[in-house]
Design a protein around this ligand. Structure first.
Ligand code: IDP
Ligand code: MG
Length: 150
């Protein structure tokens, strides 16, 4: 089953939105298979956001993501990468549809509360940056047939 990397950014933790966002992903039927809170250091921030190096917002992005703790997670499910991205909404929260996480809880691109991998390749890379294989839990949930059918 597909895995995606989702991170609750410092603003989500500070604004007490962690439970709400986790709850949405859970209720959708995605399965949480790894979770940890950490304070990202500069090196990890620059690796994680490497594709944006050189862009005008890069330094403020690194400053922001290292400013306070984040919650890093791996969620599993059919098409998990695209499903999670769609639930997050547009990068610019003012363009994100109501009903999406960013569209409901954020107003500013620099503080858009959640990160989600944008492709299978990014998901594999980001999962490898934040988690060791032993931290990823392989388990069954009895309600899976109720989510996907038999
Ligand atoms: P994504 O988070 O929706 O995948 P990306 O384009 O990968 O969006 O950008 C990574 C993060 O960098 C965004 O979530 C946002 O926090 C920040 N960012 C992107 N574009 C801008 C911008 O134009 N100004 C300020 N911050 C930006
Ligand atoms: Mg991105």
């Amino acid at each position: 089953m597909e895995k995606t990397f989702v991170m609750l950014k410092p603003d989500a933790v500070q604004r007490n939105l962690a439970g709400e966002i986790i709850s949405r992903l859970e209720k959708r039927g995605l399965k949480l298979v790894a979770i940890k809170m950490l304070r990202i250091d500069n090196e990890l921030a620059e690796q994680h956001y490497g594709e944006h190096k050189g862009k005008p917002f890069f330094q403020s992005l690194v400053n922001f993501i290292t400013s306070a703790p984040v919650i890093a997670m791996i969620w599993e499910g059919e098409n998990a990468v695209q499903v999670a991205r769609k639930m997050m909404g547009n990068t610019d929260p003012q363009k994100a549809e109501p009903g999406t996480i960013r569209g409901d809880y954020a107003l500013f691109t620099g503080n858009n509360i959640v990160h989600g991998s944008d492709s299978l390749e990014s998901a594999a890379r980001e999962i490898g940056l934040f988690f060791s294989p032993g931290e990823i839990i392989n388990y069954k949930k009895e309600l899976e047939p109720w989510v996907y059918g038999d």
